[in-house]
Design a protein around this ligand. Structure first.
Ligand code: SF4
Ligand code: SF4
Length: 171
């Protein structure tokens, strides 16, 4: 994972040099705001505490190798949002991104966000879950657009080594 993250940081630099990151600056800011709102809602509805309790019991659902399901683009979004990645995983038999204070990623993938276990379903009222799901939906929609933009940009850099005429947009 470290090698992959190192390579991605090189790609981030290339994207920056080509002036492509400025095109998603506003979208990244908007994404960050949505994720902050979403995380607040998770705290308010009690999900954060339930998951923390589950973690203490060693029953957390963040299994080994889930980190490999993350796309390059989503990891780049996390780099751009300032996520600090460790050199080594905290738990060798779990997801690389799991720490004792929870998931270290700022922008998580659909499969992590949409997972609702029985414990959550039993303890959190449906209307609270619905409110959370609405914010998550907005987050995932925008995140997907940024990922698509990054994919196009990286492909362009890799295959054409030329940024002439690039007019990608994620808005
Ligand atoms: S989603 Fe469920 S299984 Fe996963 S950490 Fe939270 S409480 Fe535990
Ligand atoms: S929520 Fe974070 S730590 Fe858990 S599986 Fe997803 S990426 Fe890994």
């Amino acid at each position: 994972m470290n090698e992959k993250l190192k390579n991605l940081k090189v790609k981030v630099k290339e994207l920056e040099e080509k002036g492509l990151l400025s095109k998603i600056e506003n979208s990244l800011f908007e994404l960050k705001e949505l994720i902050i709102k979403e995380n607040k809602e998770r705290v308010l509805c009690g999900m954060t505490d339930i998951c923390a309790e589950c973690g203490k019991e060693g029953k957390v659902c963040c299994g080994s190798a889930i980190e490999f399901k993350y796309s390059e683009q989503l990891l780049i979004i996390n780099i751009l949002l300032g996520t600090n990645f460790p050199d080594e995983p905290e738990f060798y038999d779990m997801c690389f991104f799991l720490t004792s204070s929870g998931c270290l990623l700022f922008a998580r993938d659909t499969f992590c966000i949409n997972f609702i276990c029985d414990r959550i379903r039993d303890k959190i009222p449906i209307d609270r879950l619905k409110r959370l799901t609405e914010i998550e939906g907005l987050h995932l929609q925008l995140q997907f657009k940024i990922e698509q933009f990054l994919k196009q940009s990286i492909d362009h850099i890799l295959f054409f080594h030329n940024d002439n005429g690039m007019n990608f947009s994620c808005t």
